[in-house]
Design a binder for this molecule. Structure first.
Ligand SMILES: *[C@@H]1O[C@H](CO)[C@@H](O)[C@H](O)[C@H]1NC(C)=O
Ligand SMILES: *[C@@H]1O[C@H](CO)[C@@H](O)[C@H](O)[C@H]1NC(C)=O
Ligand SMILES: *[C@@H]1O[C@H](CO)[C@@H](O)[C@H](O)[C@H]1NC(C)=O
Length: 393
């Protein structure tokens, strides 16, 4: 997806033919009660929010909740398995939002950390529509049910960790702020004036979907109804031909497009809106809480604009890291980035965590199976090079 800034990186290497990822992919009730239940079910437009969290702070080692937004399975589960195996099981939890009906079990993943971790009632995610945001909220809500979860990291099924578990855990837990990429992009036209007054124009924000929230903010996002309502009504993706060409695999990967919107043309283009790049960011700005976030993302993405019109940001798309572009040199180049330029805001963000300089990125996307395998092989996660690691995969 497009963004108005990107850390510079030139992976202008010849890519080998992409390595193919593995294919694997009653009780009777009295009439009045039944009526009430039916009414309640009818009125419920989304799954119930998480139970209210306990008021007193959680005592004991906090957990990092890794929240995966997946299309179906997790093609890079073998790398996450190695990463988590090197960690402390009392200090993390895993949740996966996948396609309805998809179950993570021995048949679909070799990693026990993922078994049964899919949400019970996922939504069918339509790319670029508010259902993506609803899926994110469901992940946060599910993770809030465990009072030990203190940090909530949203990840895609093509994300990889760049550091070992200990480093990642310490980094995340030491941040008293959420880490949410957020900026004002005056060149984009996704704001719809009808969103006012809930979302005034000067509160409209944009940023990467891949965020980390502290517990208090995860609660805030899960509890939000006002901003979501406005997004549902006024922030819809109009899928243009250019975007369809950009995402040729989208349909095959299970995304659902609105055909009638594809057919509507340029007239509505001003109201193109990609909710997942605006929703959380805009909640923070409307609530005046931007001082409580680090305005950057933890997940590196390499934007490919090589063969396209550099002015046409809508057609930029993430480069996929293949085996050759996931060498230690490439990974170390990402790990050494300590600032990000936000050209649209003339802002340079020096990456910090609790007032200390830190590398900007803990994770990166998008990685192919081969790319993730290269990371596992070269041991940059602090893991032993061992065939044992892959025994279940
Ligand atoms: C942040 O830094 C301060 C001062 O250096 C320290 O006292 C505090 O414990 C740190 N916070 C976290 C969450 O590590
Ligand atoms: C960038 O995109 C072009 C066209 O889609 C493709 O041919 C090229 O290999 C991509 N470059 C990288 C580094 O992925
Ligand atoms: C984890 O990674 C950090 C930073 O790269 C390194 O200093 C540390 O020694 C590693 N720890 C383990 C247990 O591998």
């Amino acid at each position: 997806m497009p963004a108005a800034k990107r850390p510079s990186a030139s992976w202008a290497l010849a890519l080998p033919p992409g390595r193919r990822a593995r294919a694997r992919l009653c009780l009777r009730l009295a009439t009045p009660l039944a009526f009430l239940l039916l009414l309640a079910a009818f009125l419920r437009t989304q799954p119930p929010p998480a139970a209210p969290p306990p008021a007193k702070p959680f005592a004991g080692p906090g957990k990092v909740a890794f929240l995966f937004l997946a299309r179906a399975g997790l093609p890079l589960d073998f790398l996450w398995d190695a990463f988590l195996r090197n960690g402390d099981e009392r200090r993390f939890s895993v949740y996966v939002h996948s396609a309805p009906g998809f179950v993570l079990d021995r048949a679909t993943t070799g990693s026990r950390y993922f078994h049964g971790r899919q949400l019970a009632r996922p939504v069918k995610v339509a790319w670029g529509e508010p259902t993506m945001v609803e899926a994110e909220k469901m992940l946060f809500a599910a993770a809030l049910e465990d009072p030990a979860n203190q940090r909530f990291v949203l990840l895609s099924d093509s994300c990889v960790p760049l550091y070992n578990f200990t480093y990642t855990y310490t980094y995340l837990m030491s941040s008293p702020k959420s880490i949410v990429d957020s900026f004002v992009d005056k060149t984009e036209k996704r704001y719809n004036p009808n969103m006012s007054p809930v979302i005034p124009k000067d509160k409209w924000r944009k940023g990467s979907q891949w965020i980390m929230l502290i517990r208090k903010h995860a609660e805030l996002v899960v509890d939000d109804k006002h901003v979501l309502k406005v997004f549902r009504k006024h922030c819809k993706m109009i899928v243009t031909k250019a975007l369809l060409e950009q995402k040729p695999n989208a349909r095959r990967l299970g995304f659902v497009f609105r055909r009638k919107q594809i057919l509507k043309g340029v007239a509505e283009k001003e109201h193109d809106c990609i909710p997942d790049e605006h929703y959380v960011q805009t909640i923070f700005s409307t609530k005046g809480l931007e001082a409580e976030i680090e305005k950057r993302t933890l997940t590196y993405t390499s934007w490919n604009q090589s063969t396209l019109d550099p002015k046409d940001k809508m057609t930029w798309h993430p480069t996929t890291f293949e085996y050759d572009t996931s060498s230690p040199e490439h990974i170390n180049a990402i790990k050494s980035i300590d600032h990000v330029n936000y050209e649209v805001e003339h802002r340079t963000e020096w990456c910090q965590c609790n007032g200390t300089s830190v590398p900007c990125f803990l994770f990166a996307r998008k990685f192919s199976y081969g790319g993730a395998m290269h990371i596992l092989e070269d041991g940059s996660l602090g893991l032993q090079k061992s065939a044992q690691l892959l025994v279940n995969f």
